[in-house]
Design a protein around this ligand. Structure first.
Ligand code: PLP
Length: 249
């Protein structure tokens, strides 16, 4: 039962309108996929956090998703994410922001002013501005994941597996909370094979950093393979919001 303000009998505010209905349907379908993927991997659904990647989408879409119960949102460009984070914060919308894109050094302070998690740490030069940006904003430093390049192609970001330990150590020394690894499956390779390699890199890292238990892997097209190989965070855009305009980000 909803009243004229869209408030149901439980006192929650279910968003209404055609876009809200569309997003609610996409959320439900994605949730079924996540439940099935966890079940076939013999894992609990609670072991996997959904990060909804709202890049290229208006702040209104992001706000609707939060109203539908999604707490973790991801963005890949500071120029887009910073104003979106401000808009949602000004509306009193509580979001845990994840930065998942390539991070430029001159954007690191800004990113740290709203992000709780940075998935794409790929060089030590980012550490100091992330710590400083968080302090300037009165926040604790972001949790960081070391982005791993599984095909050695630097154009797509990430460090080689052999360099993960050194970067994690330097980032921790700089005051960052190193919590795990992230990767994007290389093109032209079975995602399951790539994510198995990432799991091995994560296991190596945990020997030095026992708290580094997060594995950010899997997107709309390959989240089942990622969950099968131990992903704790999946980053999903298209499957929730629909396909993006064809721009290169
Ligand atoms: C855009 C993006 C995603 C989401 O990809 P979809 O295929 O739309 O689910 C995940 N991770 C990163 C790093 C991205 O840039």
């Amino acid at each position: 039962m909803t009243d004229a303000l869209g408030t149901d009998a439980l006192g929650t505010d279910a968003p209404e309108g055609p876009r809200a209905a569309e997003l609610a349907g996409a959320m439900a379908a994605l949730e079924r996929r996540l439940v099935a993927a966890c079940a076939s991997a013999g894992r609990g659904r609670h072991e996997v956090t959904l990060v909804a990647v709202s890049k290229t989408r208006p702040a209104s879409d992001a706000a609707l998703l939060v109203a539908l119960g999604q707490r973790d949102l991801g963005e890949s460009r500071d120029q887009e994410a910073a104003p979106k984070a401000l808009t949602l914060a000004a509306a009193g919308t509580d979001v845990v922001w994840h930065f998942v894109g390539r991070l430029q050094r001159n954007k690191a302070r800004s990113v740290a002013s709203y992000s709780a998690v940075v998935h794409s740490l790929d060089r030590v030069a980012l550490a100091a501005p992330l710590v400083r940006g968080a302090a300037d904003a009165g926040r604790t430093p972001p949790v960081v994941l070391v982005q791993v390049s599984l095909d050695g192609d630097p154009a797509r970001g990430g460090v080689r597996p052999a360099d993960v330990a050194a970067l994690a150590g330097a980032a921790a020394d700089a005051g960052l909370d190193v919590r795990g690894v992230m990767a994007v499956a290389p093109l032209g390779q079975a995602p399951r094979t790539a994510f198995a390699r990432l799991a091995a890199v994560a296991a190596d890292l945990r020997r030095e950093h026992p708290a580094a238990t997060w594995i950010s892997a899997g997107m709309s097209g390959d989240l089942e393979a990622a969950i099968a190989e131990g992903a704790t965070h999946v980053r999903v855009g298209t499957a929730l919001f629909g396909s993006r305009p064809p721009v290169s980000h």
